[in-house]
Design a protein around this ligand. Sequence first.
Ligand code: NAP
Length: 538
Amino acid sequence: MSSSTQSDSHLDALIIGAGFAGLYQLHSLRDRLGMRAQVLEAGDGVGGTWYWNRYPGARCDSESHSYMFYFDERLVQGWEWSQRYPGQPEILRYLNFVTDTLDLRRDITFNARVNGAEWDEANRLWHVRTEDGRQISARYLVSAVGCLSSANLPQIAGLEDFQGDWYHTGQWPHEGVDFTGKRVGVIGTGATGIQAIPVIAQTAAQVTVFQRTANYSIPARNQPLTPEFKREIKENATEIYATMRKATNGHAFLIDDRLAVATPEEDRQEIYDKAWEVGGLRFRAVFKDILVDQAANDTAADYIKDKIRQMVKDPKKAEVLADIDHPFAAKRPPIDTNYFDVYNRDNVGLVDLRATPIERITQAGIRTSDQEHPLDIIVFATGFDAMTGGLFKLNITGSGGRKLKDYWYAGPRTNLGLQVPGFPNLFTITGPGSPSVLCNLPPQIEQHVEWITECLKTMQAKGADRIETTEDAAEQWGEEVERAARATLLFGVKHSWYLGANVPGKPRVFMPYAGGFDRYQKICDQVAADGYKGFAIS
Ligand code: NAP
């Protein structure tokens, strides 16, 4: 490691992105290892995902007491969430509280969008450029750009002709959008659309939902937190965090040990009824075979489809909404507040794009194969170029001129989702190949940040300053990622963004690690205990 004096012309570490990951990484490298570390952030404030995703109804689907950092007592005891699920403005306030409590702002450069990074082997440095011409060099480069930061705007002919306004949910205007009296079209019924549609419908004159793939959703049952619950969280923080770290998905609850297929039908119904009342992502945790056994999954899927038919009064709409073609939770399962109920409002219409596909966008609205739908505003709730899109936008070139985009032409190739062969000293927090989007993100981020920090500390102690994972290790890890995915029902859903299917031309490779956060951590710990096996350190 270079000596870290103020006269050095380069940093020890440069971190890209000031969301959960970038903030903690800055703190841990600067304040624990004494490194000269800085963050470059494209936005004009901290928050990452929660800075950009300001669409109506934006709220986290993880319960608030699990959607926070636990690594520092001040961050646990000094913060109080107001609701079961935190809304976007509250999460943004929380991340500002983290920033100020840890005194991070002085080492973050805002309005600095990275558009190039090159590895300089001779000097063992990363040279990083920003869009506005800044150049910064650093020994280590850490991507904290998140998994869902590159908006996916579908290439639908005619958008440039549209006379109204249009927005992507992931790039929402800070001043908000006034839907009052407007005719609004929403494309997309993933976790985002399902949150946004009921809120937009409250003020819009008319909402037309363009649904391509019908989706499951579980009622969130959001509510204000009681003073007793808030006190319990603080008193039991250690136990809560221990549960999150040993859970398959990083939530503050474990998956039940019983099998749906071995449970008598009457009991199963009662279990689902209770879970439906409790609401949220806990629904999928009531049986351990839901994600691995089609017969078990069918019991959950049928239960939810029945609920949809009961909730939606118009039988035609109900059929289109309940006509779901994939297993429950094999795509990311949304949770909602009044989603299916919204279709009982007179001002909400539903277009089944499987029956009547979009032909083009016109000056006046959206034309499907059977009619034109006149619109004042189009909302694209069409998701992201997930996991790899944000990394590609950095234009990273590794050793020997290797470009990340070329190297990953057939799909991402990483060791543990943390490093890429040919890209020395680059770490990718929640990168492809890690549990990432299959996990509640704050604990997964804490685990990644701590693994990277421990690794660099070990290198510091040895006087080493170069680390690169090997091709063999990445090959083996890729096989494990595929094996883990194939063992679940997630692998079979051909139109899932987990497989890159939402972006035309993107290779179909299952990107997140589906083997469980608990198992993944053990593997990472073992790699470290074995002297960072699979990583060449010099
Ligand atoms: P998404 O899950 O990718 O959903 C995008 C929707 O747009 C899908 O219904 C998709 O249909 C549709 N779509 C895409 N291109 C289309 C086209 N050309 N024509 C018609 N429909 C099209 O995106 P998202 O809802 O933004 O969610 C992405 C992820 O963000 C979630 O899975 C979750 O991990 C995260 N998220 C989290 C929260 C939270 O915690 N609160 C909230 C929102 C999102 P198909 O299904 O047919 O592709």
